[in-house]
Design a protein around this ligand. Structure first.
Ligand SMILES: Nc1ncnc2c1ncn2[C@@H]1O[C@H](COP(=O)(O)OP(=O)(O)O)[C@@H](O)[C@H]1O
Ligand SMILES: [Mg+2]
Length: 259
């Protein structure tokens, strides 16, 4: 389902009451089944965009739609995978993945099937009864991903989901995500501040300017799929990463067209 964000603006109040413009008329579109990465410096408003989309941000201006229908709050068409651990520590893997289905009152038999399929898909068969503290960081993010997919959302939002992982686990999880995504072709908006990660994963990279965040560049990633680890060592990959790094480091107003 195509996701559309139009003129999204968010202003917070600073401690002294003065307004802090965090997002300034952010507009972009993500096509059905497309994987788009949103890249920008820390503090530029990436998480705020995802909070708006997932109904967690009470005040904003602008409109957000999926397949033409507006998002006006928490919406079952959207699911989010957070940066750090958001699993329930007192629930097993199985029960964590089942959470959204319980909330949506799926029948038990149907729910069990969905949960088992997802546990298998994310590579956790055999760990159904484990608790989060018994899992590695990478495994916990697999559970988070399965939990988000369980409710069969139209749009999957991911907020730096691998940033707390060590480098090797992170690289393995990036490829795992691509494998899983190839099975469940969701529309994905993936936030990261790592350009390599964005290029490896996405069909398109949206570069944001520093606060107040705007979309500065919309850059297609013409690498073929499926993508394997070796793509990171190609000249094409490095050329793209370099070009994006340069664009990101450029003057804040570079390329910005004020409307
Ligand atoms: N609830 C809030 N109240 C005040 N300021 C906030 C709030 N949430 C975020 N901010 C500020 O908004 C800016 C953007 O935050 P965020 O969206 O988390 O950025 P990013 O995810 O790109 O690092 C930051 O300067 C942050 O301090
Ligand atoms: Mg953030």
């Amino acid at each position: 389902m195509s996701l559309r964000v139009e003129n999204l603006s968010v202003t917070f109040a600073r401690d002294n009451g003065a307004p802090l413009a965090v997002l300034d008329r952010v507009s972009f579109e993500v096509q059905p089944g497309e994987f788009v990465a949103l890249v920008g410096q820390s503090g530029c408003g990436k998480t705020t965009i995802l909070r708006c989309l997932s109904g967690l941000q009470p005040s904003y201006e602008g409109t957000m739609t999926i397949a033409g229908r507006r998002l006006t709050g928490v919406d079952r068409r959207v699911a989010m995978v957070f940066q750090s651990d958001s699993l329930f520590p007192w629930r097993t893997v199985q029960a964590n993945v089942a959470f959204g289905l319980e909330v949506r009152r799926r029948g038990k038999a149907g729910a069990d099937r969905i949960v088992q399929d997802l546990v298998n898909l994310v590579g956790l068969a055999g760990f159904e009864r484990a608790y989060p503290h018994q899992l590695s960081g990478g495994m916990r993010q697999r559970v988070n991903l399965a939990r988000a997919l369980a409710v069969d959302p139209d749009v999957l939002l991911m907020d730096e989901p691998f940033s707390a992982l060590d480098m090797l686990t992170r690289e393995a999880m990036q490829l795992e995500l691509l494998r899983i995504w190839s099975h469940r072709r969701k529309t994905v908006l993936f936030v990261t501040h790592q350009i390599e990660e964005a290029v490896l994963l996405a069909d398109r990279v949206l570069l944001m300017s520093p606060r107040p965040g705007r979309i500065r560049r919309d850059v297609p990633v013409p690498l073929g799929r499926p993508r394997a680890s070796q793509v990171r060592r190609t000249r094409e990959f490095h050329a793209l990463v370099d070009a994006l790094a340069e664009a990101l480091a450029a003057a804040p107003l570079d390329g910005l067209v004020r409307s």
